[in-house]
Design a protein around this ligand. Sequence first.
Ligand code: NAI
Length: 459
Amino acid sequence: MKITIIGTGYVGLVTGACLAEVGHEVFCLDVDQRKIDILNNGGIPIHEPGLDQVVARNRAAGRLQFSTDIAASVAHGDVQFIAVGTPPDEDGSADLQYVVAAARNIGRHMTGYKVIVDKSTVPVGTAGKVAAAIANELKSRAVDIGFSVTSNPEFLKEGAAVKDFMEPDRIVIGHESDAEGLQAQAVMREVYASFEAAGRKIYWMDVRSAEFTKYAANAMLATRISFMNELANLADKVGVDIEAVRQGIGSDPRIGPSFLLAGCGYGGSCFPKDVQALSRTAQEYGHDLRILAAVEEVNELQKQVLGKKVHARFGTNLQGKRFALWGLAFKPDTDDMRAASSRVLINELLRAGARIAAYDPVAIEEAKRVLALDFADAPQLIEQIEFASDHMAALPGADALIIVTEWKLFREADVAQVRDQMNAAIIFDGRNLYEPAKLKALGIEYHAIGRAILTQNES
Ligand code: NAI
């Protein structure tokens, strides 16, 4: 099938490359010339394991092309996926300006029936707005061309995006129930035919329910994280090991083991903004979503937890202290720094007078870019952070190591060597990577999340 992807960012690029991989002819559009140039020169603008090979293979096979040509993009695809960003507006609601702009472009240039697919995460009712934007353009051109808007939210995880797209645990598609909607359903079935043939489950539903499903999924996951973080903080106080509790409850099939790890808060491009957007939708309908407000508040506090532990150990003034920092990205296997907990910690440490030697396997360049913005009011503080060439190189002279992102490299580090490289054998671990007993045996003072019962005697 001929498919156009509007917006070649994280989701658009992965969607386009993977749909080409299953045999479709895919045209990826973006307004960002830089991104398109990188892709046309054989590069990849984001870090995502395995994506480079899928892109290269399908470009070489002539099934995947990249362009900024809007008219050509509309002409190409019988199916037009909208995968542009939906960042939070000032009030927390999803900003739909890019989605609506994409829809207008379709309406402006289309000459035959199209199925439009909302792939971006969008609030309930957005398909109606997309349809209205297209209809307006068609009206001003005085033409009558059929189209149908469907909702196909994306559930991929950054860091495992290709695998998640190729082997999804479910595909959610919302379509209208009128004749054009049923025609669109048939088209969507064809788009995902190879997935269905491979036994992947498609959940067909109405458009509004599909739109809502994406927010419900992210809100549920964020809730689990905040819930465990809240329990971990209590565990520290009452003398309970949250890791033991996690295993004890995760083995219950009604609860399940995923997303129960306590840590220093969630970040990234999706959970924070989607939780906010769902809360905003609730407000618009006069419904007070109290659980989600708490989820957000708990998470904001949890991002401060490492800074608080450092202050509790070293005092409020950190002048003259030097910290090694492992992990900058909001999670492993990505260079995404959006809403990363590391930013809250760096802000706290630098403003309290500390120096930092930071390392992340892929996010250093992105960190430099976002930190320049975070410290726009105090650019001299940025000079107090240096970026190490590898994780061990961040350690010499450090008064403590602080771990923010659970990269495998950090989990597998030789902690005895880590101890020997630093000024003092102290580790603050925001991701509970190590066994407290092992670190205790090595004489390392260990501060983790919700494990004080196993670590408290050392400080
Ligand atoms: P992104 O910011 O990486 O990519 C969006 C792209 O759209 C950018 O390259 C931008 O230049 C382009 N764009 C904006 N307006 C355009 C237009 N009118 N025509 C053509 N291109 C245009 O965003 P990302 O992360 O891919 O997210 C896209 C949507 O997918 C969002 O709604 C997000 O919530 C959702 N999503 C993101 C996931 C993730 O892990 N990043 C996972 C699941 C959903």
